[in-house]
Design a protein around this ligand. Structure first.
Ligand SMILES: Cc1cc2nc3c(=O)[nH]c(=O)nc-3n(C[C@H](O)[C@H](O)[C@H](O)COP(=O)(O)OP(=O)(O)OC[C@H]3O[C@@H](n4cnc5c(N)ncnc54)[C@H](O)[C@@H]3O)c2cc1C
Length: 340
């Protein structure tokens, strides 16, 4: 599939060589959108792309297995008698999570999530490794087999009650693109914002895009390029901030639902001044490396002396009954002695 556009319209050429002509092209072709890729190449050629294409690659953050179980004995699961849907989610820790949902006809949908540690695995490794392809479901199933099922029993029992052709495995990805339209072409849904499914927002936002796009197009005065361009600008202006909020919310909920590693953007960033002795990491969490070279003790002393000068004057601070000796003139070297 390819397309090209000009002042007057868009021509879309499909892989079977059929050609369609229109006034506007709406790219609603999902996370791997060909329309988006073509649009980005055109923007890049014109120097209009905000970020280079190679930096816009999606990185899979999760692998997810889904299935629809058909338990032979529905009596086994009390929830199947309920006239409503139960959604139960288990936050397993260590990057694992699993969900179950009862649906009509005595069936139970289940999903298993593994949060990938993308900081330690390159995308190539993730994608090439057979262990994450559908060829090798057993390995992933074995991780969850003994886990408790919120409806009773183990997840293994539910998985065994699932026909193999109703099991699939997908990488879950997320990406929020900054450019949603160019000329007579516009992107909606996953093609411009792929959200992690934890918060159930992806399809919702795709439909909201369609609604707002329709609102922006319904009162077009004419089909001139400039008129369409203004309408598409209005569309992105109205939708981007809402989609971004839901994208971030989906990221947080998905993390909570599987690995609970929600702090990597905040708690892992702990910059320290390079001319003082580094503080020991007392927790188990990962700390982002720093760019600056860490000073040796002698260098640190020299640096501090340069900054604050040498002064070994001593003063006494009276704090209640305790007397604390402070060495002034060398912040890093200051020490406190408790006389009590
Ligand atoms: C495991 C999982 C669970 C999810 N759960 C939820 C949920 O509970 N709630 C929710 O709101 N969202 C959920 N989502 C997200 C939701 O599925 C997507 O956000 C939604 O489907 C996006 O819709 P879309 O129309 O933009 O893209 P898609 O649904 O991907 O549709 C794109 C269509 O374009 C077609 N297409 C692609 N390329 C071409 C081409 N070159 N030529 C012709 N046709 C093409 C595809 O075949 C497809 O039919 C979940 C996603 C996953 C993976």
């Amino acid at each position: 599939m390819s397309y090209e556009e000009n002042e007057f319209g868009v021509n879309i050429c499909c892989s079977d060589n059929t050609v369609y002509t229109g006034d506007l092209l709406v790219g609603a072709d999902g996370a791997y959108s060909r329309i988006r890729q073509t649009m980005q190449r055109q923007l890049e050629k014109k120097g209009l792309l905000r970020r280079p294409i190679e930096k816009q690659q999606q990185i899979p953050n999760y692998v997810c297995m889904l299935g629809v179980a058909q338990p032979g004995n529905p009596e086994r699961y009390q929830c199947l008698k309920d006239p409503f849907v139960n959604f139960s989610s288990v936050m397993g820790g260590n990057g694992l999570g699993w969900n179950v949902i009862n649906i009509p006809d005595d069936k139970i949908c289940w999903s298993l999530w593994i949060q990938l540690d993308v900081s330690s695995l390159s995308q190539e490794v993730l994608l090439q490794d057979d262990e994450w392809t559908s060829k090798n479901n057993d390995k992933m199933i074995s991780v969850f087999r003994r886990m408790p099922c919120p409806y009773g029993g183990t997840m293994g029992e539910l998985i065994d009650a699932t026909p193999p052709d109703l099991i699939s495995k997908v990488f879950l990805e997320e990406q929020l693109f900054e450019t949603w339209h160019h000329g007579r072409t516009v992107l909606i849904g996953d093609s411009c914002h792929t959200m992690l499914p934890g918060a159930g927002q992806g399809a919702t936002n795709a439909m909201q895009d369609a609604v707002i796009l329709a609102n922006c197009l319904v009162e077009l005065k004419d089909l001139k390029l400039n008129t369409i361009r203004f309408a598409l600008e209005d569309f992105q202006e109205q939708r981007y901030r809402h989609a971004r909020r839901q994208y971030l919310y989906s990221k947080m909920v998905s993390k909570l639902m599987s690995g609970q590693r929600i702090y990597e953007d905040t708690a892992t960033y702990r910059p320290q001044v390079c001319f003082l002795p580094p503080t020991e990491n007392r927790g188990s969490g990962y700390v982002l490396p720093q760019n600056n070279r860490q000073y040796s003790e002698d260098e640190a002393k020299a640096q501090v002396a340069t900054l604050w000068g040498h002064s070994d004057e001593k003063t006494d601070i009276i704090d209640g009954d305790d007397e604390t000796e402070v060495v002034i003139g060398g912040g890093a070297l200051a020490h406190f002695a408790d006389d009590s």
